[in-house]
Design a protein around this ligand. Structure first.
Ligand SMILES: *Cc1c(COP(=O)(O)O)cnc(C)c1O
Length: 711
């Protein structure tokens, strides 16, 4: 299926092409359209690599004269203009899903507040799953044509760069983002003037600068306190993702919630819906209250008004994931602001307490968000049950199962996660429009049809992707050893023929990265089996203040150095979205071992499906809904044990047993052509059953239907 190219190309001058390329570089559309990314990569492979794949950094360093010269190559010229045409078509398309299904929302902006956005590796303003979900949300909102504005903070120092010491301990480095080299631009008003706002923190006025990221048809606004007018400690305030203690936390949250509403007003946006992605942004409800009260609305009515315009998504059953502030801190940082609201600190405290009369109860951002939202949701079915139980005291008159926290299960932006090879593969087999069929269940069901892709073709794809992952690991090894390694030494780092198991995510303790090592002899046997070996690749960061998570990393680093496992179990330093893309595409099996029911959803396992990877996971989060007995494997059962020790041992035993009895035999069971037919059958079922269901397109459409639209 050739890409339609009988269009009459808009004839452009070279200078127009350069202009349009610059415009494109500043729109993250190129991050989910690999033909576009490839153009920037080809313009300067070295800058592409060293900037962690920033189109902006590339264009800054390739002269107009060079671009013009290279457009002299008719093939390159054609590819560039084709990409620019597609981009222009995308941007001008008005016949979107939203226009077809919710036309009244075309003029009703959705403001989506999130403390982090994981959009691309060149913008390290995310720490993990929550941010990546927000990024995927924005991309799908763009694809579906939703009138969407993201709001977050500009973390000049980003989330940290991970370094591992010789004894396996994680250290954090904070290199500064160079704003000129990444796809962000100052936020300007209609006349092109920079837009600013301010918030009151304690007794100070903190001025805020703003940046803008274009994500296809939508944009994300980032607030930045690093202005020379601000006191020094406020300049640092938005420096790091979740940096500092609760005192920094509350100040960052004032900037995000209150500053966020103000910056939207400053550019004339009147959101119909304020979506709080996790409680960090919940102070926005106070700002909305203040706005109404200052217009003369009585308090009770103002509260109703706010509630009509807010929705809230809770993301974790882990207690520490819910910000709680003592009254003294609320008083210190907010009492000045509250004067405008005409409310006392005691009155405000009630909004953040389950028991309003309990003077000792801390102020909880989740409670604030729950109280002011017309719809609240959890991120999987199981997580909604857990959340209902967790917050039931807020609704003493209701039975637990009537607690108003619905579920909308997370999903991933499949076109953005599919790596280049996967795009090429599906373009050829399904046609270029497969990325537009993500929500079409029937479309993916036809994948049982062997005419679309034969077992041999799927197996070829799996082998290419596995090799690319392994060579990526080897390249990193090579560059970290100043290239003083010979080819034959590299042969001993992983093998492209071996069943490859990936594990990569934040090293939060409940995710139990070292679980598989509980039965060391069993792992030794599996890894070193002469005929049917396995190999394991780990990656992930622990939160800077999570020493137990760091000990988990150290434990795994030690195994990678153990002579029994050397070259067969590896750890890739400095996990980010780029490393994630290699791992989720190259791994045959994606290992996920959260301690039930602490994984609200989990999303990394959803990213493997389009690459023909298979999920091996405890029945937690999304996998409770995703697993159908034939599309991957389940570790343990749906039982939870009261003590962690027993739970861990039961799950670890189950994991080894499934590997031995099911996963490994199926992978190595080849027919005469060398094809593992049963394995590929499982891949087919996985694609059919999971692509649509666990896509962020489906997720965003559900938010529209069940949250935004709900009256
Ligand atoms: C998808 C993703 C995550 C989330 O992984 P989980 O397994 O759901 O915790 C975290 N970090 C990065 C970089 C990701 O791409």
């Amino acid at each position: 299926m050739e890409k339609i190219d009988n269009k009459n190309f808009n004839s452009r001058t070279y200078l127009q092409i350069i202009e349009q390329l610059k415009n494109l570089a500043y729109n993250l559309w190129w991050t989910w359209n690999p033909e576009a990314a490839l153009i920037f990569k080809e313009l300067s492979p070295l800058v592409w690599e060293t900037s962690n794949h920033s189109a902006v950094a590339v264009l800054k360093r390739v002269s107009d004269a060079e671009i013009i010269a290279r457009l002299g190559d008719p093939d390159f010229y054609k590819r560039v203009t084709l990409v620019l045409d597609e981009f222009a078509d995308y941007m001008s398309n008005t016949n979107t899903w939203c226009a077809q299904n919710y036309p009244e929302f075309l003029n009703k902006p959705i403001a989506y507040f999130s403390a982090e956005f994981g959009l691309h590796e060149c913008l390290p303003i995310y720490s993990g799953g929550l941010g990546v979900l927000a990024g995927d949300f924005a991309k799908s909102a763009s694809d579906l044509g939703i009138n969407f504005y993201g709001v977050s903070l500009y973390y000049r120092l980003g989330y940290f760069k991970q370094r591992i010491s010789d004894d396996g301990w994680q250290f954090e480095e904070y290199p500064q983002i160079n704003a000129d080299d990444v796809p962000i631009q100052p936020l300007v008003d209609k006349k092109g003037r920079p837009v600013q706002t301010s918030v009151t923190i304690g007794h100070s006025i903190v001025k805020l600068n703003a940046w803008k990221i274009n994500v296809g048809r939508v944009s994300i606004i980032l607030l930045d306190s690093n202005l020379p007018e601000n006191e020094l400690h406020f300049r640092e305030l938005t420096g790091r993702v979740y940096g500092g203690d609760i005192s920094t936390r509350i100040m960052q949250e004032i900037v995000l919630g209150i500053g966020g509403v103000r910056i939207l007003r400053a550019i004339g946006i009147e959101p119909e819906i304020f979506h709080m992605n996790e409680g960090h942004s919940a102070f926005l409800t106070l700002e909305l209250l203040r706005e109404q009260i200052s217009k003369g609305m009585p308090l009770a009515q103002a509260e109703e008004y706010v509630k009509k315009h807010c929705v809230f998504t809770t993301h974790t059953p882990v207690e520490a994931g819910h910000d709680r502030f003592p009254k003294s801190l609320i008083e210190l940082q907010l009492s000045n602001y509250l004067k405008d609201l005409k409310l006392s600190v005691d009155e405000i405290m009630k909004y953040g307490r389950i028991n309003e009369k309990d003077q000792n109860e801390l102020f909880c951002m989740t409670v604030l968000a729950l109280k002011f939202s017309k719809v609240s949701n959890a991120v999987s079915k199981l997580h909604s049950q857990v959340s209902k139980a967790m917050w039931k005291n807020l609704y003493p008159e209701l039975e637990v199962d009537k607690v108003p926290i619905i579920h909308i299960t997370n999903g991933v932006h499949t076109p953005g996660w599919a790596n280049v090879r996967a795009h090429e593969f599906w373009n050829k087999r399904l046609g270029y429009d497969w990325t537009e069929k993500i929500m079409d269940r029937e479309y993916w069901i036809k994948f049982t049809n062997h005419n679309i892709a034969s077992d041999e073709e799927i197996w070829a794809l799996r082998n290419i992707l596995r090799r690319e992952l392994i060579e990526f690991v080897r390249m990193r090894y090579l560059s970290s050893h100043s290239n003083r390694i010979s080819i034959s030494e590299l042969d001993h780092i992983l093998s492209p023929d071996v069943l490859t198991i990936g594990f990569a995510r934040r090293f939060a303790v409940y995710k139990r990265a070292p679980l598989i090592f509980r039965n060391l002899d069993a792992i030794d046997e599996l890894v070193n089996h002469p005929q049917t070996p396995i190999q394991l690749i780990f990656s992930g960061k622990a939160h800077p203040r999570d020493d137990e998570g760091k000990r988990f990393i150290q434990k795994i680093i030690n195994y990678t150095k153990d002579p029994r496992f050397s070259g067969k179990i590896v750890f890739i330093e400095n996990y980010d979205m780029n490393i994630a893309r290699y791992l989720i595409s190259g791994s045959d099996v994606w290992l996920n071992t959260p301690r039930r029911p602490l994984e609200a959803s989990g999303t990394s396992g959803m990213k493997i499906t389009i690459h023909g990877g298979l999920h091996l996971s405890t029945l937690d989060g999304w996998w409770v809904e995703g697993y159908n007995g034939k599309n991957g494997w389940a570790i343990g059962n749906e039982r939870s044990y009261p003590d962690e020790e027993t739970q861990d041992q039961v799950d670890a035993d189950s994991l080894i047993s499934i590997l031995k009895k099911e996963v490994i035999p199926e992978f190595y069971n080849r027919d005469r052509q060398g094809i593992p037919r049963e394995w590929i059958k499982r891949i087919r079922i996985s694609i059919q059953s999971l692509i649509t269901e666990f896509s962020s397109h489906r997720m965003v459409s559900e938010y529209m239907q069940k949250c935004y639209h709900k009256i």
